[in-house]
Design a protein around this ligand. Structure first.
Ligand code: ZN
Length: 355
């Protein structure tokens, strides 16, 4: 798996001359050249197609129009600070009615945050930090990179032929067929986990966007501290499985607060907004029936639906006493024990931390 990952990384680094047919474009958010096989229009279409499924799986929208509007407005203000043509993406934020603690972004500006995470927050700057971070995943085009890697690995030469996003409809239809399965595998939606570098980049972008609309970037640090505390509990939030290493992220934010963003500290221009958050968000959420219990099933490594190759190989050996190559493990295990859904072993292996 590490080999595949390296292959993807090399391609993503725009170093593979063979891939000159595919996009190696300048990203105005990061200031870097970036390899992706899907472009803006394909991302928008992908996100629009996948968003309803994620929303349903995560308990649907929190049934309070005022809180939804509040979160959407905050995200719109952050998105307005993004670079290039990112502000005109069809940004959409779903506050989903789940007690799970998580936030994530899918391509095309579709963002999700759970009620469970919002209820752990104490001020607006924390929310701005998390949403700014998710906006940063979109403008960093991290999902597009991952899907491109998956296309390279799964599709190889075929994927190369699907040079997407010529913005004419047929080509977008083609990418839809290939890339949507990267988000919805075997009928199950898979949250893509980003690597540590992507997380750190999303934090840098998040701090940039939140401070541009007057929030104290310390809010993002406070969220990291929250996760750090929760990581030690017996029920670590699923956010941690999609967002690794809060310690490194805190260290980076501290460096930024001492350096480029020192002017935001101790300045009345950069706010935390505790009272506003309590009144506009927490009080309203409190008045609703509690969110349905966290759905941990989709993240439980003991369940077939979340077996990655490495975990499946271990389980196969446990059951049969025979070992199996992790690359074949999911199929072997499915045959031995659990006929059922195909599993995107590569994505899950990353989600389980087997790089
Ligand atoms: Zn992230």
């Amino acid at each position: 798996m590490a080999g595949l990952r390296r292959m993807g990384r090399a391609a993503l680094g725009c170093v593979a001359a063979a891939w000159t047919l595919v996009g190696c474009a300048y990203n105005p958010a990061t200031g870097q050249k970036q390899f992706t096989m899907i472009g803006r229009n394909a991302e928008i279409r992908l996100g629009a197609e996948a968003a309803p499924g994620f929303r349903d799986e995560m308990g649907g929208l929190v049934p309070d129009a005022a809180v939804q509007a509040y979160v959407a407005d905050l995200t719109r203000r952050l998105a307005a600070q993004t670079e290039g043509d990112y502000p005109t993406l069809p940004w959409e934020t779903s506050l989903v009615n789940s007690a799970d603690v998580n936030a994530f972004a899918i391509p095309g500006g579709k963002l999700f945050i759970t009620r469970g995470l919002v209820e752990k927050m104490t001020n607006e700057a924390q929310l701005a930090g998390v949403m700014g971070h998710e906006v940063g995943h979109v403008t960093g085009r991290h999902t597009a990179e991952q899907i491109s890697t998956a296309m390279l690995i799964q599709g190889g030469a075929v994927a190369a032929a699907i040079i997407v996003d010529q913005s004419d409809d047929p080509s977008i239809r083609r990418v839809g067929r290939v890339a949507v399965p990267a988000l919805a595998i075997g009928g199950q939606l898979v949250m893509l986990k980003f690597g540590r570098d992507d997380e750190l980049e999303a934090d840098r972008l998040g701090v940039r966007y939140m401070s541009r609309i007057g929030y104290d970037p310390k809010g993002l640090r406070q969220v990291m501290e929250l996760f750090d505390r929760m990581a030690g509990s017996d029920r670590p939030p699923s956010f941690l499985s999609t967002h690794p290493d809060p310690g490194a992220r805190i260290a980076q934010i501290d460096g930024m607060l001492r350096g480029e963003y020192a002017h935001t500290q101790g300045s009345a221009q950069f706010r935390l907004n505790e009272t506003e958050f309590r009144q506009n968000v927490l009080a309203r959420l409190n008045a609703l029936p509690p969110a349905p219990k966290a759905k941990t099933a989709s993240r439980d490594p003991a369940l077939p639906a979340t077996w990655c190759g490495v975990c499946a190989a271990a389980r196969y050996e446990e059951l049969t006493g025979r070992s199996v190559d992790p690359r074949d493990a999911v199929a072997a295990l499915a045959a031995a024990e659990a006929p059922g859904r195909p599993i995107h072993a590569w994505t899950l292996a990353r989600a389980h931390g087997h790089e």
